[in-house]
Design a protein around this ligand. Structure first.
Ligand SMILES: O=C1O[C@H](COP(=O)(O)O)[C@@H](O)[C@H](O)[C@H]1O
Length: 259
């Protein structure tokens, strides 16, 4: 069963998210001396940056051990305002102090923007390169997925009722008909997501309340976020604010400091 933590303020949510990420970092470095993370676009990079750039984070983050992948990416140049890479760069990467060891960041190969299948295949090759030598890797096992939840219940670029929800083989899939623009994207698939060691969702604001109700009160509803909850169970932790879960009937742990 997914864990849900609700906070009264963005500051307390960011602070809890930092604690959680540091814990995941510690386990990952103990396990394999690196921290392999996949990050969403949308509203996630901004709150993630608030957490990771905070005073409490100083000296706590082993950036040189981080390998940052994209949970999904739009088929646009890396400096396009629709690019998830561009967003993460603007919110977080550009703000890391220069004297800090830098993380490895693995963007899409923009040579293939016109061919989303090739774009996805190239990203698959990157996963093989970073996760294991070619012959031994069965599935990439991310230490942490940091995901957003769209107001329609989509996550990564996995949209409600889309055929990609039935993907069983590919690690990275192309999508050409995303209902949310831009239409051409690539995304990690459920077969990869289900092998992650930990998964954190961040969802904030009253605009998410209706979909949160659907996700948590209708666990068999088949929404992409619901499927991730089912596949990963208690490896999933949701970081939400109070307006996002107002009136949602689920076991929600309230931030005590904010009561
Ligand atoms: O299109 C996308 O949207 C989702 C959700 O975004 P949010 O702004 O509602 O948090 C995001 O997680 C995904 O990475 C992005 O490509």
């Amino acid at each position: 069963m997914a864990n849900v933590h609700s906070y009264a303020s963005r500051d307390s949510l960011a602070s809890a998210l930092l604690t959680y990420v540091l814990d995941c970092q510690k386990h990952a470095i103990n396990r394999h001396d690196r921290f392999q993370v996949a990050v969403s676009g949308g509203s996630l990079p901004s709150i993630l940056a608030q957490a990771l750039l905070s005073e409490d984070a100083i000296g706590q983050i082993a950036w040189e051990k981080w390998q940052i992948f994209f949970a999904d990416e739009r088929a646009v140049p890396l400096d396009d305002e629709d690019s998830n890479f561009c967003l993460l760069k603007k919110e977080l990467l550009d703000k890391l102090p220069e004297d800090t060891p830098q993380p490895a960041v693995i963007p899409i190969d923009t040579e293939y923007l016109d061919d989303t299948q090739e774009l996805a295949d190239q990203y698959h090759e990157q996963l093989i390169k970073y996760f294991a030598p070619k012959d031994s890797v069965k599935q990439p096992i991310f230490d942490l997925l940091l995901l957003g939840c769209g107001p329609d219940g989509h996550t990564c670029s996995l949209f409600p009722n889309h055929e990609l929800l039935r993907e069983v083989d590919a690690w990275v899939a192309p999508i050409e008909d995303s209902p949310k623009p831009p239409p051409k994207r690539i995304t990690l698939t459920l077969p990869v997501i289900k092998h992650a060691l930990k998964c954190a969702f961040v969802a904030t604001g009253g605009g998410k309340q209706e979909i949160m109700k659907e996700i948590f009160e209708n666990p068999d509803g088949g929404l992409p976020c619901t499927l991730v909850n089912s596949l990963l169970g208690d490896k999933v932790t949701w970081f939400v604010d109070d307006p996002a879960v107002e009136g949602v009937n689920y076991r929600i742990q309230r931030d005590r400091a904010s009561l």
